[in-house]
Write a protein that binds this ligand. Structure first.
Ligand code: IPE
Ligand code: IPE
Ligand code: MG
Length: 252
């Protein structure tokens, strides 16, 4: 029997699919080392897994895919690895722009990109601008991103508005705050997947994942494929999200 997509499961079980999935793509270095190769080889293979994750997201009608590509702490790595990662990011943007257009994907980079060299910044802005009117999958790439940075940059913008008298301090609600985060205007994160076996958040979206479902897998990122993605989606669908409420149909 043909495997049903998560969308069909959804209709059958009256549960909803994740609309926004965020992935901590971890394990590239270990994947390469296990093969006796340099870590950068794992990052290059990881790029293939990124394309597979995007393909899966489109087929399964996800609205938003947020990928953690480079954290604000990843500057702690050897210079050679950082430079290679930046080159790979640039190459990926330049070579994939045609596919972003073809598949109607809107690209957005979240994180402080001013740390990157001018060439890479230009390539990011160009890809964002060219795809800005696309209305298919929203692809967020978190690059030089930190959840704590995101909260602080949001606070700074809010303080600025308060100082100018545009925003009243008494009107600052949770919703207001969310609007200043780099993920503003996006649907909430339903599901966070982390590959590579570690069970931590590593300064990824902090505020945004207060009620997200978390899914950890030992699969190393270059081995990630549509089967693993589907397993994560199935796990999500089988869970009951209560948001602080009670279990459904429970005797009171
Ligand atoms: C994730 O893989 C990619 C980035 C953080 C850029 P790692 O490079 O962290 O791989 P491991 O965790 O060392 O195996
Ligand atoms: C998290 O992976 C960051 C990205 C996947 C971009 P790390 O490999 O940097 O996380 P830690 O150091 O194991 O927490
Ligand atoms: Mg890692």
């Amino acid at each position: 029997m043909e495997r049903k997509s998560s969308l069909e499961y959804n209709e059958k079980n009256h549960k909803y699919n994740p609309r926004h999935v965020a992935i901590i793509m971890d394990g590239n270095g270990r994947w390469a080392n296990k093969k006796g190769k340099m870590r950068i080889f794992g990052h290059k293979e990881g790029f293939k897994a990124v394309k597979e994750a995007i393909r899966f997201s489109i087929i399964n009608d996800l609205k938003i895919l947020t990928l953690y590509a480079f954290s604000s702490e990843n500057w702690n790595r050897p210079l050679f690895e950082i430079k290679s990662l930046m080159e790979l990011f640039y190459y990926a943007l330049e070579s994939e722009i045609k596919n972003l257009k073809k598949y109607n994907i809107r690209l957005k980079v979240i994180g402080d990109i001013t740390y990157f060299n001018k060439k890479l910044q230009k390539s990011i802005r160009n890809a964002e601008q060219i795809t800005s009117n696309n209305n298919g999958l929203i692809l967020n790439i978190a690059a030089n991103y930190g959840g704590r940075w995101d909260i602080i940059q949001s606070i700074k913008k809010i303080i600025c508005k308060v100082q100018k008298g545009i925003l009243n301090i008494n009107n600052i609600q949770e919703k207001t705050f969310s609007e200043y985060l780099s993920t503003s205007k996006l649907l909430p994160v339903d599901l966070v997947i982390r590959t590579g076996g570690e069970k931590r958040i590593s300064n990824f979206l902090l505020w945004q994942i207060a009620y997200s479902e978390l899914y950890f897998t030992d699969v190393l990122w270059p081995d990630f494929n549509h089967y693993v993605f589907q397993q994560a989606i199935d796990a999500f669908i089988s869970r009951e999200r209560r948001f602080g409420g009670c279990k459904k149909n429970e005797k009171q």
